[in-house]
Design a protein around this ligand. Structure first.
Ligand code: 13P
Length: 268
């Protein structure tokens, strides 16, 4: 099966769920989606660090991919407050999210750090999920494409073609994320995802670049999920608020899965 034949869908629970909440959430989510063949879907949950160990004991890798919300690029050292790749390997997680908009804008992370994290995550056997996106001001100044290309070219510096097999990208426009965000239209998201895909092809060649999954995130909900997934360049959905209730998340998954399959046939 080709990489992009499956639907990529997951949630970042940000700083919301406790250990108990997360255990309940992942086991419920697995039960509610057990009817969907995992060959056809990469389902992932990215909860807080403190919940990962218990979450991993609750669901296996085959049932649900688990990711960390951040990671230090070094294995150990004088990095107070950081979590190393070795520590995450010990728990047995699958994925590391890098450069989420809240990390970039609240905690002042730069492309330089994101790049070190992407390389370290892949070298330690994780899938790296690099998040990119423009701010409202950058969009208004007409430089969204340039910003996306800078974030990709700097964030993916020295990432090889072979390493790109363990890379996913999430397009999350900063103005579309969270309680004050307004969702991007499906047309706008599709257009920017095409910009991202073209840049990935420049970096990794036509074949390898076009196989990297590019997900859309930012106020995805039950209303806009269907039109987003019908767009050619949207390989999956990365959801916050609307996915934090397992029943609702499962409803979204069951709603978009058949649409995704139809779309795949249409654009084959
Ligand atoms: P919302 O879906 O709540 O806007 O959050 C998206 C997000 O930040 C996923 O990482």
């Amino acid at each position: 099966m080709e990489r992009l034949d499956k639907l990529y869908i997951g949630t970042n629970t940000k700083m919301y769920k406790t250990i108990k909440d997360t255990e309940e959430f992942v086991s419920k989510l697995y039960e509610l989606t057990a009817d969907i063949n995992r060959e056809e879907m990469e389902l992932f949950v990215i909860p807080s660090f403190t919940t990962l160990n218990n979450a991993r004991k609750t669901v296996s890798k085959e049932q649900l991919m688990l990711g960390a919300q951040n990671m230090c690029w070094e294995e150990q050292g004088q990095y107070t407050g950081e979590i190393s790749p070795i520590m995450l390997q010990e728990i047995g997680i699958d994925l590391v999210m890098i450069g989420h908009s809240e990390r970039r804008h609240i905690f002042c992370e730069r492309d330089l750090e994101e790049n070190k994290k992407v390389i370290s995550a892949i070298e330690h056997g994780f899938t790296a999920l690099l998040c990119v996106g423009e701010t409202e001001e950058q969009k208004e100044n007409g430089i969204s494409d340039e910003i996306l290309r800078v974030q990709l070219k700097c964030g993916l510096k020295n990432v090889t073609k072979a390493m790109a097999e363990k890379l996913w990208i999430a397009y999350e426009p900063v103005w579309a994320i969270g309680v004050n965000g307004k969702p991007a239209s499906a047309e706008y998201a599709n257009e920017k995802q095409a910009v991202i895909k073209r840049c990935l092809m420049e970096l990794f060649g036509e074949e390898s670049g076009s196989e990297i999954p590019v997900l859309y995130g930012g106020s995805v909900n039950n209303q806009n999920a269907p039109e987003l997934i019908e767009k050619e360049n949207i390989d999956g959905l990365f959801i916050g608020r609307s996915a934090w209730n397992a029943e609702n998340f499962s409803n979204i998954i069951h709603m978009v899965m058949p649409l995704f399959k139809e779309r795949k046939i249409k654009y084959k």
